[in-house]
Design a protein around this ligand. Structure first.
Ligand code: SF4
Length: 241
């Protein structure tokens, strides 16, 4: 089938994707269900054999981590996609993340703390790809418009360069309607809607920003895409300044 031919999976019309060097086996580092939903469906539509790799010790607190993981697992099970839940050493990985972030606690999003955070997760993904016969790895992180794709791709290539037999697929998942489909799928699947990037510092900074706007702090586990009854934003409240 040529690159220009179309395939239809679920009810969405998409171009056929080809991973680097024509490989058909891919390890997908996934950060959450909303970001990976479109990536997963796009790869399924192209007949790509992929496995999800969930490794995100940056996510804080544990309740939020579990919510994001379980949503992602639920969606993977729906399609029968293999899901590697890499949290066998969760407590140590979490401690390591905080160690690596020392001195960067007040860095802004898209800054050096985020480079560290992507590097940590991608090196682990690349290692898993190398150890388990995946010639290609990619990530759902780049689909978010809040992220710097150049920064993410730099981290992905750097991690893959550590191994002779692994390449990073820097496909722009946002293009050709990918960003809009990410939201459509999230609403259709009623995914949990996280309201901050993931780490303790992004939670702190998001709440600080909300407070400056007179908004209530983030309530973990409350907001779901497509469920109007749980949408509590925007909601102005009086706060101490
Ligand atoms: S803001 Fe997001 S990408 Fe940056 S360090 Fe925190 S969790 Fe990682």
């Amino acid at each position: 089938m040529s690159q220009n031919e179309k395939l239809i999976v679920t009810d969405i019309d998409r171009p056929v994707l080809t991973p680097p060097e024509g490989h058909k086996k891919v390890l997908l580092h996934s950060c959450c269900a909303p970001c990976s939903g479109e990536v997963m469906e796009a790869m399924l539509a192209s007949g790509i054999d992929y496995t999800i790799y969930f490794y995100n010790p940056n996510i804080h607190p544990h309740k939020e981590y579990m919510l994001r993981k379980e949503e992602n697992l639920r969606f993977a099970e729906k399609f029968g996609i293999p899901f590697v839940d890499k949290d066998d050493d969760y407590e140590n990985d979490r401690k390591e993340w905080f160690e690596l972030a020392k001195g960067m606690e007040f860095e802004p999003e898209r800054g050096i703390r985020c480079t560290m955070c992507f590097d940590m997760r991608f090196v682990k993904a690349a290692q898993y790809a190398h150890d388990n016969g995946f010639p290609v790895f990619t990530s759902s992180l780049g689909i978010s418009r809040w992220k710097d794709m150049k920064q993410i791709n730099g981290c992905g290539h750097r991690a893959a360069d550590l191994f002779d037999d692994v390449v990073y697929w820097d496909f722009n998942w946002r293009k050709s309607g990918g960003s809009a489909r990410m939201i459509e799928i999230s609403k259709r699947e009623n995914f949990y809607q996280q309201e901050y990037c993931g780490c303790a510092y992004s939670l702190r900074d998001s709440n600080k920003h909300r407070k400056s706007q007179g908004r209530i702090p983030i309530k973990i586990g409350k907001l779901y895409y497509g469920d109007e009854s749980t949408i509590y934003e925007p909601q102005a409240i009086k706060v101490d300044k």
